[in-house]
Design a protein around this ligand. Sequence first.
Ligand code: ATP
Ligand code: MN
Length: 476
Amino acid sequence: MEKIRRTKIIDVLKRTDFGETVNVKGWVRSKRGSKGIFFIALNDGSTIKNVQIVGEDANFDEATIKLITTGACLSVNGTLVESPAAGQASEIQAKEIEVLGACDNTYPLQKKGASWEYLRTVAHLRPRTNTFGAVFRIRHNMAMAIHSYFHQKGFFYFHTPLITASDCEGAGQMFQVTTKNLYDLKKDENGQIIYDDDFFGKQTSLTVSGQLEGELAATALGSIYTFGPTFRAENSNTPRHLAEFWMVEPEVAFIDLPELMDLEEDFIKYCVKWALDNCMDDLEFLNKMVDKGLIERLKSVIDTEFVRLPYTKGIEILQEAIKNGKKFEFPCNWGDDLASEHERFLVEEYFKKPVIMTNYPKAIKAFYMKIDDEKPVCNGQVMEETVQGTDVLFPQIGEIIGGSVREESYDKLIGEIESRGIPMKDMWWYLDTRKFGTCPHGGFGLGFERLILFVTGMQNIRDVIPFPRTPGKADF
Ligand code: ATP
Ligand code: MN
C-alpha cells in the first residue's frame, strides 16, 4: 500500500480539496453494501463523526472485504470527494484498504442499544461507542477548562500527596496502604497492629482530599488548586458515589464567604460554557440520544444566578412545604443533615435553579470550618452555632461542590479538634498554618465526575469515568 501521511477524521471532514488522495485510519462502525458497492462508516475517536468510505467490490480482493467487519481496524487510501449523501460534506473513494486488525466475531459491541449495565462489563471497549467517546472527549475538555480557568485567574496547580498519614478527616472510610504481610501481623499486647515495621513506619492510607495540604500552599502561594484522584471507602452504592474519583480543590488566602460563593459559581459557569463552546458535536449527540433537555439545561445554568440560601432559611422552607402537604421520607429539623430528597426539592421544585447553601449547623460539618459570629434564628427561636460551609446543589446531581471558609484561629480550631476527639498527633504541620502568620482563607472541593454527569446528562457516575471503582468492583 502506498504510504500517505494520515489525516485524522476530524480534519479530513473539514477538507474541501476534493480530488486529493488522503489516508485515514480507524475502526469500522458499520459496513453495508449493495450492487457491488460497499459503504464503511469509519471512526478514529478524534470526533464523534464518522467518515464514509465508498468502494467497489471489484477493486478489492474478496479476502480483504471479508475482514472488513464492525470493530475491525483499517488503513484506507482514497480520493476525497464531495459527498452526494445528506448530512456529510465529503467522503472517501477507496483506492487501497489495509486491514490493520481484523475483529473477532465475538466483538461485544456489535449490537446497537446495549444497556449501560452491560457496557460496564465491557468497560475496556466501551470508549469505542458513540456515547462513551462523547463522554470521554468531554471529560478531557473539562480537565482543560479547569486548568485554563485557574491558570488565567493566577492560581497555581499544586500537587498534594495521595498517600497520607492523617486520618482526621476520613476516619473509617479510608483505604489503607501497607506492605505488611496481612497473614502475619505484628501486634502489641492489646492486639493492636504495630506499624513501625511497615513501609512508612506508621499507618498510612490513600487520601480522601488534598485540602489540608492545599491550605498550606494557599498560605504561601496565595491561590492554588489541586486536581487529582481521591479515594473513599464509604460503602455508598449510589449513582453519585465512586470509591476512586477525581477532585478539584482550589484554596485561596484572604477570601471571605461571599467571595468564595462567587468563585464557585463563576468556576462552574466557565466549565459549562467551555463545553458549549468546544464540545458541541458531542453535546448534540448526547442531547439526541441520552438527555433531550441537556443543551438547554447547560445554557440556562450559564444565564442563571445561583440562589444563595442559608441552611436555616432552607429548613424553614422545607418545614413550610411539609405543612402544606409535601411528604419526605426523612425528617428535616434544624440540625439534621439534609437528605438528597430535601436538596432536590429546593433545587428542582422550589427554586428551579442551582442553590448554594451556607451557614450549616457546626455539628454536621467538618472541624476546620469557620464558626459564624452569630447564632441563627429559626422560626423565631435561637439555634446552635453555625459554620461558614458552602455546598453547591445542582439539579439532578445534588451536591456538586462542598466548600468553606476555614477557621483561622488557632484556639478555636484546637477547641474543635479536642471537643470532637479528632486524632491530631500527625497533624502538627496543619496546625502550624494557624501559628505562623495565620490568615483568613477558604476553598472548596468539586467532584470532577459530578461535573461530568451534569455536563453530559449521563445518569450514573460509573458511566463518566473510564474505569469505575465501586464496592465490589475493581475490574479492568
Ligand atoms: P456527599 O454528601 O455527596 O457524599 P460529601 O459531602 O461527602 O459528598 P465532600 O467531602 O464535601 O463530599 O467532597 C467534595 C465533593 O466531592 C463533593 O461535593 C462531591 O462533588 C464530590 N464527592 C464526594 N464524595 C464522592 C464520591 N464518593 N464519589 C464521587 N464524588 C464525590
Ligand atoms: Mn460535602
